[in-house]
Design a protein around this ligand. Sequence first.
Ligand SMILES: *Cc1c(COP(=O)(O)O)cnc(C)c1O
Length: 415
Amino acid sequence: MTTPTTRDDCAQLDAADPLNTLRDEFVLPDGVIYLDGNSLGAPPRAARSRVLVMVDDEWGEGLIRSWNTAGWFDKPTALGDRLAPLIGAGRGEVVVCDSTSINLFKVFNAALRMRPGRKVVVAESAAFPTDLYVMEGAAGLLEGYERRLISPGGPGLDDVLDEDVAVVVLSHVDYRTGLMHDMAAVTAQVHHHGALVVWDLCHSAGALPVRLNDCAADFAVGCTYKYLNGGPGSPAFAFVATRHQNDAHQPLSGWHGHADPFAFITDYKPAPGISRFRSGTPQLLSYAPLEASLDIWERADLAQVRAKSEALTNLFVDLVERECAGLGLSIASPRRVEQRGSQIALRHAGSYPVMQALIDRGVIGDFRAPDLMRFGFTPLYLRFVDVWDAVQVLREVLVSEAWRDDRYTHRSTVT
Ligand SMILES: *Cc1c(COP(=O)(O)O)cnc(C)c1O
């Protein structure tokens, strides 16, 4: 594709976009170009009524009966089966519950126990911090573990893998730069050394087709409030390959993961299959918006989602280079589209205040320390004209130096 030269060219791309009817399924405020769906997706229009049904009918009328009559008890596995095709998993391989951090704790521990005698875990130094913190906490409960860190500039997997490595935890797509691992090749490399791999899919689920089973993946976790539009605090997911399920034991062995939860017996006996990765009572109200979102996902073709995502990120990069040349920006994401997810990070000396000035003008992205502006491109509801308009605003903020205004330097808690 050659870069569109006018806004009209972008409008033509929108008219030809096979996903263009899905935007109407989302609530988006007027005057906002939302480039932060990689942090918190936009609400599906039907989320509100789904929540009301749960509160008014299922809770209000059904009361305790709804555990059976509204399918509350099975929600984590039922939604897991609905989510599975989005990540290349099969039925009975995904459970939707708890948070990504908690699910990582569960699957990481389960993986460690499947490799007794091996005392090394591998992580990425630039991983989303919760992954590192959870691994530290989990390994700290056991004796004598060593952590080896890899990074794009430093040691790579080749340097750290050997027969002492038990588990490798990797982000499929890096939350800052968008750099994407080759899941099939990396999984094969880790397996070659007899280790297991846990994939964090937070920045790839809903952004691109993920093929866990095609890649022979062992475990995966991810959240549903980013590209999957499940809403703030929506439940996360865990994937455990069928071949591992009956050997996998997770330490948050609560009653909902028991083989017979309503037998109320003294000893824990894990449920067969993925259910053993449940812990306690699911946060049911948080499942309602996610159900509305999965209704939309069932209408979306993931190949089309990826094609549009590539086109949107390519357009953004090309327009930034053309319209903002000489204004102090550099592109921190991989240049080759097949090596990145659905986001672009830009570096600028004033990244924090520049982003605040953009947000003030309705172009919402976010800032990631130390120096990145991050822009997410959500193919379900973003238009090509939005990308065009966003780059024009970025140019205006940089040319006018409006970002130097004092009010843009104040740091909020959430950046
Ligand atoms: C967003 C994100 C998380 C979030 O974890 P929570 O437990 O939902 O707070 C974890 N890992 C990665 C890579 C993320 O991008």
